[in-house]
Structure formats: structure tokens, C-alpha cells
Design a protein. Structure first.
Length: 259
């Protein structure tokens, strides 16, 4: 049985990239809900319907575990999904806790970059309220990065001007850690590195999700001896055209180079 990875588009590949490191002998189904992307700019009700349709499809394929590789989808639907399905379902959330731990003693700020919907959700506000005792967490929505990613547009000459414009109101010297609160954002780390001071940490929650998935499968005695094979689907339709498959593989290679 395969492990399911769900995202609105290509962002979940950043999570899959980490999972492949920790579970290289598993096989996977990657579901990009491209017909309904981006999630972050739609209503909560719409997105929840899209997510349940996608998960119904993936469960029908016989997956043994599901990773919601999307911060927005996790914040909206992960609790409801766990009530409906009896397989392990893991989500991803902005890595606010480790970021705050890094910055508390340094008199530095944490900047969380995410989608509008993630930053509006009660789940995110509860997370910050629980952890941010020194009021050092700030947030910024960057919806256009999702659009860039879905168009496979990663050139710095396109991305950097947008980032500079959106970050213009922040004193970057006061920031200690940047949290990538959207799985589409790790693809833009090179552009971010050219803007933020060298000592600024840039982190995401993907590694923690990958480690947790391995721990759960080991505890359930569900580890496999596969080959790392990945089946790709776009909103329920198997992706077989060579260009799209090549783009996906190139993104995984890009992440190797970034790290």
C-alpha cells in the first residue's frame, strides 16, 4: 500500500522531498488538486469540499497513510478528516515553536510567511498564542509566491522584486528566523537568501512531518520495502504527460540543490 501526499498543487513536493529522505523504500501517490488551486485565496467552505473529494479519491486507491502537505488544508480540515477516516492522517503547520525557541533569547523577531487563509485561521492564531509569550511573532501573506510556483516561475528577476515590495515595511535586521508557512515557499529560498541578512534562519515544518510519519509507520508495523515509486495525479486524473512529470522531477532536484 502506498502513502498519499495531498496538496493544492506543487507545494507538497517540498514535503514529499523530505519524506523520501526518511522513507526511501515506501511508494507514494502524490495528488495535486490543480483544478482548484490556489487554496489560500478561496473560502474555507470551498477548500474543505475540495479536500474531502481529494481524500475520498486517495483512500479509494488503497493508501495506508495520508500526509496533508499543505498548511492551509491542514488548518481547515485535518481534524475533520481524522474523524472520518481510520488511517493515520498527518498535517503540517508553520514551524512557529522552533522559531520562537531560536529567537527568544536573541531579542529578534520571528516572521511567518504563509497564505492569507492560513494566517486567518483560528488554528494558526491558537498556535501563536500558545507559544509566543514575548510577542515576537509577526506574519505576512505572500499569495503571489503560490502563483509563481504553479507557473514554474522561479527566476530571481521575477521573484525578488515582489519579495522586496512585500517586505518593505519590515526591518529585516530585527528578524532572527523566517518561517515558511506554505509548502510552496521552499522553492524560493534562493531569492529569499538574497534579501534577508545572512544570519537569518529560514525554516519549514516539512522535516518534522517526515520524522513523525516514519515514527507512526514503525509503531504500526507498516513499513514497506518498495522503491520510492511515485504516482502523480492532478485532481483525480493520473498525470502521464512527459512535460508535467519532468517539471515535478525537476522541482525535487531543485530542492536537493537548495539544501
Amino acid at each position: 500500500m502506498r502513502i498519499g501526499i495531498l496538496d493544492s498543487g506543487v507545494g507538497g513536493l517540498a514535503v514529499l522531498h523530505q519524506i523520501l529522505k526518511w522513507l526511501p523504500k515506501e511508494d507514494y501517490i502524490y495528488y495535486a488538486d490543480t483544478s482548484n488551486a490556489p487554496y489560500g485565496e478561496k473560502s474555507k467552505e470551498e477548500v474543505k469540499e475540495y479536500i474531502f473529494n481529494a481524500v475520498d479519491f486517495m483512500v479509494g486507491q488503497g493508501i495506508k497513510a495520508l500526509v496533508i502537505a499543505c498548511n492551509t488544508a491542514t488548518s481547515i480540515a485535518v481534524d475533520d478528516l481524522r474523524e472520518k477516516y481510520d488511517i493515520p492522517i498527518l498535517g503540517i503547520e508553520p514551524a512557529v515553536k522552533p522559531a520562537v525557541q531560536r529567537c527568544e533569547g536573541k531579542r529578534k523577531k520571528v516572521l511567518v510567511l504563509a497564505t492569507n487563509l492560513t494566517l486567518k485561521e483560528e488554528k494558526y492564531h491558537n498556535l501563536v498564542e500558545r507559544i509566543d509569550h514575548q510577542d515576537i511573532v509577526e506574519s505576512l501573506p505572500l499569495p503571489k509566491l503560490v502563483e509563481f510556483a504553479e507557473r514554474f516561475e522561479y527566476r530571481e528577476e521575477k521573484v525578488v522584486p515582489y519579495l522586496k515590495e512585500e517586505l518593505a515595511s519590515f526591518d529585516l535586521k530585527q528578524i532572527g528566523t523566517v518561517v515558511l508557512g506554505c509548502t510552496h515557499f521552499p522553492f524560493f529560498q534562493k531569492s529569499m537568501r538574497s534579501i534577508f541578512p545572512e544570519e537569518v534562519d529560514i525554516i519549514s515544518g516539512s522535516i518534522g512531518t517526515a520524522k513523525n510519519l516514519r515514527r507512526i509507520l514503525e509503531a504500526r508495523n507498516q513499513m514497506s520495502s518498495g522503491t520510492g515509486d511515485i504516482l502523480y495525479f492532478s485532481s483525480g486524473v493520473k498525470i502521464e504527460d512527459k512535460e508535467t512529470l519532468s517539471n515535478y522531477k525537476n522541482l525535487l532536484v531543485m530542492l536537493d540543490k537548495i539544501e
